[in-house]
Design a protein around this ligand. Sequence first.
Ligand code: NAD
Length: 314
Amino acid sequence: MSKSGRKVVLIGTGMVGMSFAYAALNQNVCSELVLCDINEQKAIGEAQDLNHGLAFSNSSMRIYQSGYEACEDAEIVVICAGVNQKPNESRLELLQRNVKVFQSIIEPVVKSGFDGIFLVATNPVDIMTSVTCSLSGFEPTRVIGTGTTLDTARLRYLLGSYFEVSPKNVHAYVIGEHGDSEFTPWSQALVSTKPVLDIVEDNANLYNLDRLNEISENVKNAAQEIIAAKGATYYGIGMATARIVRAILSDENSILTTSVLLEGEYGQNDVFVGNPCIINHSGISRKVELSLTDNELEKLNNSCNILRKSLNSL
Ligand code: NAD
């Protein structure tokens, strides 16, 4: 462990990585932030740029570029390295290209003596989290993917707008693959303590199920929409990644829909998938198994099968 107990190494200083770094600096989530990239000059420049903002922040974070040796005493290694999703390219199509990138990263990180928590944002994130777990040999509780954390934030934002309540009072999750087969289990969605399905039924003049399903579709298609408009998505995922890092370093026991290895939950095994997890200093402390309806279980089953098939194709 580092002296401060709050050292994070970021691998991949592209748009997603630097959005995470910028959010981490502004939110003061760690005390030491190391930037590592195959393009060393870029990581050096990014560290310089962030350091020049220190005078305007309430943080005294140490920010510098380094190689993998810096991972030795880090609490968290955040991986945002990889190749970017192209317009109309599915997340699963990125797989082969990104596995090669990960082979070149995980080995030197483990060799450094790193004994903390891996947090993966690279797409397809559920598969890349699984790949990280296999390549590192770490126990699955210490290998976390950003999963459907961002999708869940998008859902809460849209539901908050629809019901005109703060997203903070919307308790609803997107689960499954971070991708085309993800879904919202409406049976588990609440505003305050009231089920969303009851709110719709009791206020048929104001709300309807079709609109809820549209919201779910909007969440699913958000990434493609943003990519079509501006080429890539990065601020949202950067902030979601900073949120998970804070939950770990502050030992929060917060519930976030990260990518996690299912070990019998929902009758599923051997697959990393987005599911609510209790996150603290040990990584994934516990998984929350939702009481899904038969139809929702079928959707989760479909998502897990897609991911397993993709993993098996490697
Ligand atoms: P980017 O091209 O801007 O950055 C990628 C960075 O990785 C570059 O700086 C590159 O030099 C570095 N890199 C490449 N190979 C490397 C290696 N072998 N070792 C070290 N560094 C290496 O891409 P981006 O927009 O930052 O996206 C990064 C990843 O995040 C992509 O896979 C993207 O699909 C994913 N992403 C995930 C989510 C999510 O919700 N999980 C959302 C958006 C993007």
